[in-house]
Every structure is written in C-alpha cells, then in structure tokens.
Design a protein around this ligand. Structure first.
Ligand code: IVH
Length: 719
C-alpha cells in the first residue's frame, strides 16, 4: 500500500478519468480499512497511512466535486444515524487528568515538573490556568478544512462517532479558514449552560419527558442521541482547549488555543498564563470565587505547561500527561434527614446500603439517594477496621451530611448525633438477602479480617443477581443491545410466560424463536409495538457476532472490568483458547495458572476470580448455552510501537546532560523499550554519559552496543 502511495500522481495533474478511477479504488480501500479498524479491532495499516488515504480522497473530491461518489468515505462517516455510534479510534489517545486537592498539592506538582526536567530550584516553566469545564470531551477532526469526524472520548483510545450530532452544534464551525493544515484535530468540552439547562428541563417536563439531573448529564444525553434532529434542538455549547493530530503551529499552549479562537472556536476567557506557583494558586481562588456567577458548571482549574517543547519532554504516564493536572474544587455538602436505608443487591451479590434522603440540593443538584458503602461504614468502622467519624454510627431518622463531588455518587459523610431522638435505634444490617432469602455472608479475607461487603450466596438463583447480571450483559460496553435497557430487562425477567421470559444471557438470543412458537405475541404487551419488537430482534441478531473482549466483559466476572477483559482477550486471542486455559488454570500451580499470572496487567486477585468463575458448574452451563447462540470473534494482538528501540532492553549509565534520568527512562519506555538498572546478557543497548564506570566496563566485556547521549537522541529523534 505504501509503495503505491509513493508512486501517486499529484492531484493537480490527474485527468478526469484517472480521478474517477482513483476515487473508486480509494472508496473500496478505505472501506476495507474501516472494517478492519472498527469491526475486527485489527487495523491493517498505521493511522498515518489511513489518514493519508482519506486526505487524498478528499483532495481529489475537492478538485472534481462532480465525481463525489454516493459511497464516498467523506460522506459515509457519521452520515447516517445508524452509524452515529460506530467506534472511532483516536489518532492520538484522549487522556484524562490527575487531580490535586489542595494548594500544597500544586506546589508538589510544580516541583515534580521541575525535577523531571532537571531545572534548578527557582526555574519554573510558565503554566496556563483555566477552568475545568464540567461537560464531556470531544475530538473534532477537520480534513482539508472541513469537519470530517467527531468522536467522544470513550475509553481514551476509541470513542463514539457523534459526527452527525456535532454538525448541529452552532459553536463548532463546519469549515476552517483557508490556509489551515490539512489535518486538524480540535479537542475540547461540550457542555450546556445553566440557564439553557433549566429551560430545557422545563420543556421536557411540560412534554412529559425525562428531566436531566444536571447540565453535564443533559449535555451527554443530548450529544449521544441517535437522531441528530433531537440534538439540533438541544442548546449544546463548546470550548476548545486542546488538540490531537495536528502539526505544530505555535510554540505554546496559550498561543495555540488563541489560534483556535481565530479559527472561530469558542475558547474560555478565564485562561491565563502564570509565571509562578503563587500566580497559579491565586488564579484558582479567583475562579473559585467567581464560580457561581458563571453560566456553566466547572469543577476545578486545569494547569498546563505552556511551552510545547517542554510538554513533549514531559510526556505521559499511562492515562494522563505529566505536563497538565486538574486542581479540583472541594466537594459540596448539605444537611438532610435519612428517611430509610434500602439494601440493593448487585450483580455479584454484594448488598449495598442506599440512603433514602429527604431531598436536598447539593451544589445545584437535588439529591435523594446516597451510598452508605457497607455494613461497617454504617456502624462507624473504616476499611482498616479503625473507627471513622469518631465511631458515630448512622441510623434511620438521623440528620446527616451528604457530600457530592462531580460525577461521583453522593455519599453520607457524617451524622449529627445531637439531633438524634430518644427512640433512635442502631441499624441492623440484614443477614439474609432481601431479594432471595439466601444467607448473606462476609467472606474471610486473606488477613483474617472479614470482607467489608456482605454478599448473597444465592448466585444465579437470586433474582436480583440474575437481573443485574443481565443488565450488565446487555449494557453499552458489553453486548450493547439496543432496546434492551435496564427497564426492558426487568420487564422480561418478571414475565409470567416462560416462553417469553429472559433469565439467562442465552435466553436473549432464543427469544425470537421462542416467541414464534408461542401463542402470545410480544407486540401485544404494553410498551411494545410491532416496530419496536422488530427492532429489538434485529438488535439481538446483530450481536450474535461479538468481539471477544465484550463477551468476556459481559459475563460479569468479579474484578473483570472493561480493561481486564481487553487484556485477557488480547492475551488469549480466541474464546476456545481462553476458556480452555481458564479451566486448566484451576490446577494450581500448573502451567496454565502460571501463564495467566504472567499476563501483563493481570494480578492474582483477577486471576483467582476468573478461575473461580469457570470452576462453578452453573457458570459453565450458562456459558455453554450462550456459546451455542453467539460467535465470538478472534482478537489479534496489538502491533507494538514501531521504533528502533521497541522491545530492546536499555541501560542508562553515567551522567546525562540533556535530560534527567526520569525523562530518559520515560521516553525509552514510551518507545517500547525496557529500561533496566544493571547490565546483563539480556541488555541490548547501553547509553553511557561521562563518569560511566562498572556498567560500561561490563557492557564492553559482553560486547553490548554502547552509545553516548547524543547518539541516543539522534536515534530516537522525531519519535
Ligand atoms: S485538558 C491532555 N482542559 O477534564 C489533557 N481538560 O479530568 C487533556 N476538561 O477528559 C485535557 N476542562 O474532558 C483539559 N480546560 C480543560 C478541561 C478539561 C474540562 C476535562 C476533559 C478531560 C477531563 C479530565
């Protein structure tokens, strides 16, 4: 493919016939890559090569607008609502930010930046400081100056294609001024203003619809609409504050964002440059004081190193940059009365106490439920077994303090015992599952203490666990079955008719066939019409082919979240291989058990949980029934970073002059190398600075390649 692109004729010199032929070829080729990319999660070419294909397609179309094909890739992306939620792989990962909570934390953060860069005690780089907008992040890609694709953050590597919806947001330009680079990726936050949010809720209430809890949820709900005409009616706004794939235009963060303003993007006017830590902290408190007067919700202040060269040098940890961080505002609190404690039974049988509160407004949001964590928490005992709240327990009827911080579930942080009435009695935590009556027990942990969580022992017999497991199975990040949300699962689970009932994952896939044989028709049930039944069956059918990681995640194994499911899927490749290995791993400490524990990112707790799951006969039965219905797709291992040092073991020794040890190590690791502390036969490369001693001698003795700092920098230049 790349050989071909080398031989490409400049777009200006293409004849009409040549252009037509090439557009046809490009449409087919890009379609193949889209499928490999989104469907099989196994791209055949690099992102840059893919981008080049799209850019070429766009350039030819621009010169020959009359030749734009109906199936052109430029039209296909996000053009139809059904594609609106296809997965998009971000050209560069969308990172999150670490959090700071105090002024002292800011001093430490600045110090860590200085240390990493090897700067002197009073040399501190300039930082920008700006509000942290409480919305959802979005990446908008422009190709040839035109909006091409927009995606939500998703898991940071892949997001949802929301292009059709983003085109309806007035704050976001469809085209950029002439002269912008061919590929521009603007990143920022989609949000809803407070006044707009209140008006929208008013409208929704009047129409008898659902109201949103806060502007953030309203923004997320509006952006993730399948029908773009609905999004168009929602007052969504946007602030640009970052970028992805884009050539460098300025030397600083501040000037780059200013440039976005010139291109027509809204940027936040509270962004400033701070020459010192004191200035950063002062700006934080200024923004905090003005918070209530802003028409949009913010939950903190973001600091970023201004100089882009320094940003590059600082680089990233796994999920967040070293050059930026969020300084969060303190959580908000309010007093209210605890009316009742309800016990919810979760997917894994955990009994979670939920506080039912006299509704109270906390930081602009009405709260009527809050978590009480677990039995010990109610009693006033912390995770370490020591008293919390000076040992004060929480009782029904108490006046309590509710705290809400950002998106986190509100919690009860304290209780006002002075206001307790004379009849008040301590809360008695149930020892039987409220859903199925099975015993609920606290398992013994490794250290001899009891687990904080009391669990129902009913397993799949417990209706609450069944329902929660099914909800999880059908949910967006697992099987993602459209039209089978929480409410529908509850409906199907509670049905009297065995031929229409859903009790296990396999039942979902046999539903249509069972209905066909039944006298009852789903379309005759309230809430179902002929169309919704047809759509539901189609949505179920569409999930018979399922990505391996989604299947593993969907099983709801304890400790196996999305990330671990992906790790396991990549490590084992196919379902059969995975299942065989997990069953074999029950034989400890056998080979399969060792292999599982050796998977990068999988620790003993996760390994135990997966093996336990497969050791349980009823789980194996449920899985076998499901596997008779669905076809898990194989997953290919990710291609490692293409760099001359990928997979090599590197040792740094002696003093480095152009970077600190931390920086050198981080860079090498980013490029796929392993950094070791000592030289051995396994070492591939030694980078030696002045003063290198025994390690250098050993390397020479073993015949290992030795280079100096400059040669190292040259080798990794531009990567
Ligand atoms: S910068 C690589 N700036 O906060 C850094 N993020 O907690 C990219 N956010 O996912 C983020 N306001 O959605 C940045 N002014 C701001 C922000 C901001 C809100 C969000 C963003 C990010 C999350 C991390």
């Amino acid at each position: 493919m790349s050989d071909q692109s080398l031989a490409l004729k400049p777009v200006e010199s293409l004849t009409l016939e040549e252009a037509q032929a090439e557009l046809g070829r490009l449409a087919a080729e890009i379609a193949v890559h889209d499928k490999a990319y989104h469907g099989a999660d196994a791209p055949l070419i690099t992102d840059a090569e893919y981008d080049a294909l799209r850019a070429r397609n766009l350039a030819i179309e621009e010169r020959f607008p009359e030749l734009v094909r109906a199936d052109s890739p430029s039209r296909r992306v996000g053009a139809t609502p059904s594609e609106a939620f296809a997965e998009i792989r971000h050209a560069r990962p969308m990172l999150s930010l670490d959090n700071l909570f105090s002024d002292e934390d800011v001093v430490d953060f600045a110090d860590s930046v200085r240390r990493f860069l090897g700067l002197g005690a009073d040399a501190l780089p300039v930082f920008t400081a700006e509000p942290k907008i409480d919305g959802l992040s979005l990446s908008i890609r422009y190709e040839g100056g035109r909006l091409a694709v927009a995606a939500t953050r998703g898991d940071g590597l892949t997001g949802e294609n929301v292009t059709a919806n983003v085109r309806t947001i007035a704050d976001i330009p469809d085209t950029l001024p002439a002269g912008v680079p061919d590929v521009v990726e603007i990143r920022g936050e989609v949000y809803m203003g407070r006044k707009d949010f209140l008006a929208l809720n008013e409208r929704m209430r009047a129409e008898g619809g659902k109201v949103f809890a806060n502007p953030r949820n309203a923004a997320a709900g509006s952006l993730r609409q399948l029908d773009p005409t609905i999004t168009a009616k929602r007052p969504l706004r946007f602030f640009a504050y970052a970028w992805g794939d884009m050539p460098r235009l300025e030397t600083t963060q501040y000037d780059t964002v200013r440039r976005f303003a010139d291109w027509g993007f809204p940027v936040n006017d509270l962004m400033v440059r701070c020459p010192s830590v004191e200035a950063m902290i002062a700006h934080y408190h200024r923004i905090e004081a003005d918070r209530a007067t802003l028409d949009y919700d913010i939950d903190g202040v973001v600091y970023k190193v201004d100089d882009l060269t320094l940003q590059d040098r600082l680089g990233f940890r796994s999920r967040s940059p070293r050059w930026a961080t969020a300084h969060k505002f303190p959580a908000e609190r309010a007093f209210t009365v605890l009316k009742d404690i309800e016990i919810q039974v979760g997917r894994t049988g955990a009994l979670t106490p939920v506080a039912k509160l006299e509704p109270v407004t906390v930081g602009g949001v009405v709260v009527s439920n809050a978590t009480l964590h677990n039995e010990d928490y109610i009693k006033g005992i912390g995770q370490s077994g020591l008293p919390i709240r000076e040992g004060r327990d929480i009782r029904v009827g108490d006046t309590v303090i509710v705290q809400r911080a950002g998106d986190v579930i509100p919690q009860i942080v304290d209780v006002v015992t002075d206001k307790r009435g004379p009849d008040s009695v301590p809360y008695v935590f149930p020892t039987l599952c409220p859903a199925c009556g099975s015993h609920a027990v606290r398992e013994e942990r490794g250290d001899g203490r009891l687990d904080a969580v009391r669990r129902c022992t009913g397993g799949l017999v417990c209706p609450a666990q069944q329902v929660e497991k099914l909800k999880h199975f059908a949910s967006r990040n697992a099987f993602d079955i459209e039209g089978l949300g929480d409410k529908q699962i509850e409906f199907f689970h509670a049905l009297e008719e065995p031929e229409l009932r859903i009790r296990t994952p396999a039942d979902i896939f046999t539903l249509e066939a069972r209905e066909a044989k039944s006298f009852k028709r789903l379309r005759d049930f309230p809430g179902f019409g002929a169309t919704s039944v047809k759509n539901l069956f189609a949505a179920i059918e569409a999930r018979r082919a399922i990505a391996l990681n989604r299947l593993i995640f969907g099983l709801g194994i304890r400790h196996v979240g999305e990330t671990n499911a992906k790790i396991l899927a990549r490590a084992y490749g196919t379902w059969d291989h995975f299942q065989e290995a997990m069953i074999a791993a029950a034989d400890k400490p056998g080979e399969a058990w060792a292999e599982l524990n050796a998977v990068d990112g999988i620790g003993t707790v996760v390994a135990e949980a997966v093996v336990d799951f497969f050791a349980e006969p009823h789980n194996r039965d449920a899985v076998a029934a499901l596997l008779a219905e669905v076809r898990p797709e194989a997953m290919e291992a990710l291609v490692a970073v293409a760099s001359p040092v990928a997979g090599k073991t590197v040792v740094f020794t002696g003093s480095l002059e152009k970077m600190t040890r931390d920086e050198a190590k981080a860079t090498a690791e980013r490029l796929g190398a392993k950094v070791a502390g000592s030289v051995s036969k396994k070492t591939d490369l030694v980078v030696a600075g002045p003063g290198a001693g025994s390690k250098l001698a050993k390397a020479t003795e073993l015949g290992i390649e030795v280079i100096d700092e400059d040669a190292w920098l040259e080798r990794i230049q531009g990567l």
